[in-house]
Design a protein around this ligand. Structure first.
Ligand SMILES: Nc1ncnc2c1ncn2[C@@H]1O[C@H](COP(=O)(O)OP(=O)(O)OP(=O)(O)O)[C@@H](O)[C@H]1O
Ligand SMILES: [Mg+2]
Length: 324
């Protein structure tokens, strides 16, 4: 059976204009996301990894319609949402939600849990008070909280519990697509596994598709079926998580993977330490953006365009020196 594409991007670009304020000086742009074309299948967890500032959140926000692409498309359920505006965009956005890194900052401490969790129902409209309360209890029970928690304020809860409240709020309107932007990195390590297991269980139960942004490759390996690795706004490797982990091909992916703690002592790995400075997203090289730090780069890598190519089924790499 063919997998259904829930969301895909086609040559997605997001540039931010820099405010330098000088007249007659050519405007500079931060090229936060450049030419990203990926497909996310319905019901899967799609991982997005890469170092800080490489454009993960910008990409996610563009897929949610929170940022308008500078060029390219976001296709959600077969519809080009990047060209929608006003009420039409709002309607599509109701099928998408996001949970943030820091639940404390994303929940209003003055609101009760009932207010927080039912807010999306109020915005959507069409639910009376009774129904909103019933759905809130149902959702709280799914995330391991209970009816007794409804009148309490969000600030009374621990970080892990606050993230459960945020998850309940996001899922109460049964979205099809949920962006989890580093959902556990602000939480105590002791609750990471609980929240991740909860997300996995809820996906199984509700069939929601996740875009899962993380710095933790071990977690990505465990919960993501497919993934993309970004470097300075561009995807350098993309496809099946299993294939990428068993056969990392891009020099940047290899360096990232070499830093992951591996318990398999039979499979000895050499740690690759990257040298050189990260290029600036303001003036990125026209060719490969990793070339300044790449151990196999040739002089012209900086100029020669470097496209993602499929090296095996569902495994794409953007490097000129990969043997197919
Ligand atoms: N509103 C904005 N205006 C200007 N530049 C921005 C804006 N938002 C992001 N950027 C820039 O775009 C680039 C990508 O930022 P983004 O937040 O997407 O990175 P990230 O991969 O999510 O990083 P992190 O792992 O730290 O969350 C960075 O260079 C950032 O400084
Ligand atoms: Mg981010």
């Amino acid at each position: 059976m063919d997998k259904e594409i829930l969301l895909k991007t086609e040559n997605l670009n997001v540039d931010f204009k820099m405010k330098d304020g000088l007249p007659f000086v050519k405007k500079k742009f931060v090229r936060a996301v450049t030419d990203v074309s990926v497909e996310i299948f319905r019901g899967e967890t799609f991982g997005l990894v890469g170092e800080s500032g490489c454009g993960k959140s910008t990409f996610a926000n563009a897929t949610l319609g929170l940022l308008r692409p500078s060029s390219g498309k976001v296709i959600f359920c077969g519809k080009d949402v990047s060209s929608l505006k006003g009420a039409k965009l709002k309607e599509e956005r109701r099928r998408m939600q996001k949970i943030f890194q820091d639940p404390a900052a994303s929940l209003n401490p003055r609101f009760s849990v009932l207010d927080i969790v039912t807010e999306p129902l109020l915005i959507r409209g069409g639910y009376n008070k009774e129904e909103r309360r019933r759905l809130a209890i149902e959702m709280l029970e799914k995330v391991g909280l209970s009816e007794a928690d409804l009148p309490r304020s969000a600030s009374e809860f621990s970080g892990g519990q606050q993230q459960r409240i945020a998850i309940a709020r996001s899922l109460i309107i049964r979205p099809e697509y949920l962006v989890c932007d580093e959902p556990v990195s602000a939480l105590d390590v002791s609750v990471h596994a609980q929240i991740l297991n909860l997300l996995v269980d809820l996906q199984r139960e509700m069939g929601v598709t996740y875009l899962f942004i993380s710095h933790n490759l071990a977690v990505v390996k465990k919960i993501c079926s497919r993934m993309a690795i970004m470097y300075l706004g561009k995807v350098v490797e993309y496809g099946s998580t299993e294939k990428i982990f068993s056969n990392p091909l891009h020099p940047y992916t290899k360096a990232l993977m070499s830093a992951v703690l591996d318990t398999d002592v039979t499979h000895k790995k050499e740690r690759i330490i990257l040298k050189g400075d990260v290029s600036s997203p303001v003036n990125p090289p026209a060719g490969c953006r990793f070339c300044k730090r790449c151990p196999v780069a040739k002089e012209d890598c900086e100029k020669v365009p470097c496209m993602l190519e499929e090296v095996e089924t569902d495994h794409f790499v953007a490097c000129r020196f990969i043997n197919k």
